[in-house]
Design a protein around this ligand. Structure first.
Ligand SMILES: Nc1ncnc2c1ncn2[C@@H]1O[C@H](COP(=O)(O)OP(=O)(O)OP(=O)(O)O)[C@@H](O)[C@H]1O
Ligand SMILES: [Mg+2]
Length: 348
């Protein structure tokens, strides 16, 4: 186990804009850090730099406090699990698991012990004699994880390891990964596109956009206290409502109504409200026209138009409102977040 630190890491490929700009990020020993961001924002590049597969243009990478920048991948003792688990098709599960150990000439008894241990942890002891083609997607995924575990790495790097699985299996494997981390408490950096994976697995989440770290924080803090409009919009599904408004003398005027904004500087802004904080309330003074509603069983999603801005309200399963109706909402002022027109968060 080891801590990881990126210090002002930059990476540019020949053409194109920088893939990473001044990335500084510390991951504690045993921490589970989730890396999220849109396609092409530099997530895989950052993992590859840590693994030693890609060289940074500038900056320093430390593992366990030691500067490993420029060192070959071999000595870093990092295990990487990819989206396509790339098992050797002609080898049994046992041979797939022990491949790396055999390459390193690990003694037979030690190898057996490590493989058996990983197989037990992952619940695949019964499958050791099978070939990959005789396994389900989730079982293959477990073998790929097992291959990483037997190496007893100091750091696990996961690059969307569950994205090949169907929704149900993803949730199962997600819970197993969380349990695995609790048991092994190895440092993990985990890339995903999946919000719920990020929220449930991460001790902290780092949000990357265009090669720049936007914010790093524990999941709930990121959700409740986004540093800017990008982070606010990236986390949460359905996404946060962003309503154009104008702040003057402690109130924010929008097309739907007026919200207190004590301490927020005067001027144009975006009022950010999560769908669960836009609540139908006959006595509320925030008004919008209902476009349509989605009844999902466990909740109802109202799609509302307020002065040309489309908003979403997430409410109780038995909510009934007529289409085309004007609906009144209440907004909890404590849950309103204000952003400047530059997208940066404005604090009271
Ligand atoms: N070997 C390479 N040569 C040139 N450009 C590259 C190379 N590898 C990555 N890039 C570019 O660097 C940027 C970041 O790529 P990266 O693969 O890190 O993105 P990502 O966040 O992992 O995206 P995704 O979610 O789609 O996997 C992209 O613009 C990509 O085109
Ligand atoms: Mg990638």
């Amino acid at each position: 186990m080891a801590s990881v630190a990126f210090e002002r890491v930059c990476k540019s490929f020949d053409d194109g804009p920088p893939a990473l700009s001044n990335v500084s990020l510390e991951v504690g020993d045993g921490e589970f850090l989730v890396l999220v961001g849109p396609s092409g924002c530099g997530k895989s590049t950052l993992l590859r730099i840590l693994a030693g597969l890609t060289e940074p243009t500038s900056g320093t990478v430390r593992i366990g406090g030691r500067d490993v920048t420029g060192e070959p991948p071999g000595g870093r003792n990092i295990a990487m699990v990819f989206q396509n688990y790339a098992l050797y098709p002609h080898m049994s599960v046992y041979d797939n698991l022990s491949f790396g150990l055999r390459m390193r000439k690990t003694p037979r008894t030690e190898m057996d012990r490590l493989v058996q241990n990983a197989a037990d942890v992952l619940g695949i002891s019964e499958l050791l004699h099978r070939k990959p083609r005789e396994l389900s997607g989730g079982q293959k995924q477990r073998v790929a994880l097992g291959r990483a575990i037997v190496r007893q790495p100091r750091v696990f790097l996961f690059d969307e390891p569950l994205s090949n699985l169907d929704a149900g299996l993803r949730v199962t494997m997600r819970n197993e990964l969380a349990a695995l981390h609790r048991r092994l408490s190895t440092t993990v950096i985990y890339v995903t596109h999946d919000q719920s994976e990020a929220m449930t697995l991460g001790d902290r989440i780092a949000v990357l956009d265009h090669g720049v770290v936007q914010q790093t924080a524990p999941p709930l803090q990121l959700y409740r206290d986004p540093a800017n409009m990008f982070v606010a919009g990236f986390m949460g599904s359905p996404g946060i409502n962003l309503i154009p408004g104008k702040v003057e003398n402690g109130v924010c005027r929008t097309a739907g109504g007026v919200v207190p904004s004590v301490g927020i500087p005067d001027g144009d802004c975006f009022l950010g409200v999560r769908p669960e904080h836009l609540t139908p309330d006959p006595s509320g003074d925030f008004k919008g026209r209902l476009e349509f509603m989605e009844t999902l069983g466990n909740e109802v999603i109202l799609h509302v138009s307020i002065g040309g801005t489309a908003l979403v309200s997430r409410c109780e399963p038995d909510t009934v409102v007529g289409s085309g109706d004007m609906v009144s909402f209440s907004l909890n002022p404590l849950r309103c977040i204000f952003f400047g027109t530059d997208g940066m968060r404005m604090y009271p």
